[in-house]
Design a protein around this ligand. Structure first.
Ligand code: HEM
Length: 351
C-alpha cells in the first residue's frame, strides 16, 4: 500500500524530482525484494549447533505429533530370544556380556517418526537389542540397516532434516538437497547407499550395523577398537522390484511372525569389526574397509518370539553398555542418549 501511494505522489511531481524519487523508491523496493528473497533462501550450511530438543522438534515437524509413540523409529515390532557368546569372545574379552547365554529383547523398526511408515520404502530400518546379563546388568545395541550415518556430526544431520522439511513444505526447491550435499558431502552417503539397493524382504533377512565406534577391554588388559554388525545366518534377502510394487505398505510384522512360526527361530552372527589406527573413531559417516579388517564372531543372536509387549518399558539407549565396553568420542553417539531420554519420557507420559 505504501508503495502505491509513493507512486501516486511521484506522478504529481515535476519531472526531474519525480525521476529522482522514483529511482530512490525503486532501489528501496529492490532492497526489500532481495531481503525477502534472502530470507526464503534455503540454508545449505549445517547449523552451528544441534541439541536433542532440536531433533525432537524436527522429527515432529516431519512426521506430525503422535502422543505416546517413539519420536524416532515410531513404527516397529518387538521380538525376544537369546544371545550365546562364542568361545573366541570369552577368551579374548573381559566383559560379562560373554560370560554365558543370556535372554535378549529386541525391537525391529522403520526409521523416522511416522507410525505408519511405508515399509516398502528405500529408507533406513533399525534394530534395538537389550542383553539381560546374568549379573543383573544390561548391555544395549541400536543400529541401522545402513553401514553409515547421514552426517559426520549431529549438526549435518539436523541441517539435512530441516532442509527436507523445507522442501516438503515448498519453501525450498527439490534440487536444494544437491546444494546441501555439495556443502556437506558427509551427509550424502547414506541416501546414496539406500537408493542403490532394494530394502530387505524381511526384518530378519537384513544386516544391521552399529555404525559408531566402541572400545572393548581385552583379557590381557588392552583395548580393541570395534564396530559391531549383525549378519543373518541364512544371508541377506532383498525385496524384488515386483514385491516393492505389489506388497501392502505394512508387511514386515506379518513376515516376522510367519518366519518364527515356520522356522521356530532365526539366527544372527554378532560380529565385531576391529579397527586399526587408520580408522576414524568419531565420524559415523565413514565406513571402515571391512574386507581388510579382522572380524571377530563374538556370538549368535537367536530370535524365537515376536510381537510381544516386552519392549514397552525399554529405552534402547546405545550408551547403556556393560562393563568392559566403552563408547568412543563420536559426537552423534554422545547426543543420542539425551534424544532417546526425551522421546522415552514423552512416550510414557502420552505426549
Ligand atoms: C543425531 C542422531 C540421532 C538422533 C537425534 C536419534 C533419535 C532417536 C530417537 C528420538 C529415537 C526414539 C527413542 C525412543 O523413544 O525409545 C530413536 C530410535 C532409534 N534410533 Fe536413533 N537417533 C540418532 C541416530 C541414530 C543412529 C546413528 C542409529 C544407528 C546407529 C540410530 C538407531 C535407532 C534405532 C534402532 C532406534 C529404535 C530403538 C527402538 O526400537 O526403541 N539412531 N532415535
Amino acid at each position: 500500500m505504501i508503495h502505491f501511494l509513493s507512486f501516486y505522489v511521484i506522478l504529481k511531481m515535476p519531472i526531474h524530482e519525480g525521476s529522482k524519487m522514483l529511482k530512490t523508491t525503486l532501489s528501496a523496493l529492490a532492497i526489500t525484494v532481495s531481503t525477502l528473497a534472502m530470507a526464503q533462501e534455503p540454508n545449505y550450511q549445517a547449523p552451528e549447533q544441534a541439541t536433542a530438543t532440536d531433533f525432537i522438534e524436527i522429527f515432529e515437524t516431519l512426521s506430525g505429533k503422535h502422543p505416546g509413540i517413539r519420536k524416532g523409529h515410531a513404527r516397529g515390532v518387538c521380538a525376544a530370544g537369546s544371545f550365546t557368546p562364542s568361545s573366541v569372545a570369552q577368551e579374548r574379552y573381559s566383559s560379562p556380556i560373554f560370560d554365558t547365554k543370556v535372554p535378549v529383547v529386541l525391537r525391529f523398526s522403520m526409521g523416522g517418526g511416522n507410525p505408519n511408515a511405508d515399509e516398502r520404502a528405500k529408507a533406513p530400518r533399525g534394530i534395538g537389542v537389550q542383553f539381560q546379563l546374568a549379573n543383573g546388568s544390561l548391555h544395549q545395541l541400536a543400529g541401522l540397516t545402513t553401514p553409515m550415518f547421514a552426517g559426520k556430526n549431529p549438526e549435518q544431520f539436523l541441517g539435512l532434516l530441516r532442509l527436507n522439511a523445507q522442501i516438503r513444505d515448498g519453501e525450498a526447491p527439490a534440487d536444494a538437497r544437491a546444494n546441501y550435499f555439495a556443502a556437506n558431502p558427509e551427509a550424502a552417503g547414506q541416501g546414496q547407499w539406500l537408493q542403490q539397493r532394494n530394502p530387505a524382504a524381511e526384518y530378519t533377512s537384513a544386516s544391521y550395523y552399529g555404525i559408531h565406534t566402541f572400545f572393548a577391554d581385552t583379557a590381557t588388559g588392552k583395548k580393541d577398537k570395534f564396530r559391531w554388525q549383525l549378519i543373518p545366518a541364512t544371508g541377506e534377502v532383498l525385496l524384488t522390484d515386483e514385491e516393492r510394487e505389489t506388497l501392502p505398505a505394512d508387511f514386515l510384522t506379518d513376515r516376522l511372525v510367519e518366519r518364527i512360526n515356520t522356522d521356530g527361530a532365526v539366527h544372527y552372527y554378532l560380529q565385531w569389526v576391529i579397527g586399526t589406527d587408520a580408522d576414524a573413531t568419531n565420524d559415523p559417516s565413514v565406513v571402515w574397509p571391512v574386507e581388510q579388517r579382522e572380524v571377530v564372531n563374538v556370538g549368535t543372536l537367536t530370535i524365537s518370539g515376536a510381537n510381544g509387549e516386552q519392549c514397552t518399558p525399554i529405552n534402547f539407549d546405545p550408551n547403556l553398555l556393560a562393563q568392559g565396553v566403552q563408547a568412543s568420542d563420536d559426537p552423534v553417539l554422545a547426543l543420542r542418549s539425551a534424544a532417546y531420554a526425551i522421546s522415552f519420557g514423552k512416550r510414557l507420559s502420552q505426549q
